[in-house]
Unconditional design. Sequence first.
Length: 323
Amino acid sequence: MKKISVIVPCYNEADTIDLFYKAIVRQAKLLQQYEFEFIFVDDGSNDATLAKLRALGSSDERVRYISFSRNFGKESAMLAGFRASAGEYILTMDADLQDPPDMIPEMLSAVVNEGFDCAAARRVTREGESAVRSFFARRFYGIMDRISDVHLAQGERDFRIMTRRYLDDVLRLCEHNRFSKGIFAWVGYNTKWFEYKNVERSAGTSSWSFKNLTKYALQGIISFSSFPAVFPAYAGAVTGAFSIVMAVILLILKFGTSVSVNPLLWIVCLLVFLASLVFDFQGITGAYITQALAEDRNRPQYLIKETDEDKVELHSAQKDVLE
């Protein structure tokens, strides 16, 4: 039997874990021709998420879990799950049931029977989200599509099923500051997209604040777009043209009219022009230097505090003592 590894990043999802587990088990029963493993990655939750995962691991041998020493972010949680997976097919989805489990059989069929290397989901509506959040999300995908070196589908999710070959190439990209949507697109291969309407969370509240989403968007732009690097050239051209026009106007006023031109205007124009270029170059260069330093430090993307295997080893040690 071929195995499907289900990767589920979790951060403060104690209210949704049981609901998600029941839903994914129902899908596993429909796909009895496959063996399943459920890899939950606790991203440093401060609620009862880890306790829930321990309980599931004790009652179902298919359930595995990884718990981080602190919150490292969803990207790191996904990476840990990918590295721990053993299946021929790898499915990643959120625990809040905003990724509809009912779509799994059809998505899996696209990979197994239709020759696609990946089946991915994208939302075509954002019902239930705030207007501000929805507006900025749409603008992000629009901007990325124009300036990025890769194509991002509007509304795409991390909800996808991949072949082992596809995932192995994803894992070959070992940068520290990961932006998985860009990595998935950069790897290429044949991807089939499945559209669905937005589904609200089954319980609890989202841990993705506007601040976190903004940081995530900036990481995507810096990681997969060369536009910020060439932007100063455009800014320099515009400001240079503006300074030339201003210089021509000042010359006409000085030599073609009787209007008196204050010499300080020349200095002001020059200083503003130079200052704008300096600030532009410093800001863009600083962003790239910051990322280069993070890559050079080579820090691990996450630290594991506990796994389901630790629990098995502990029980074995206790058994040895009793004997």
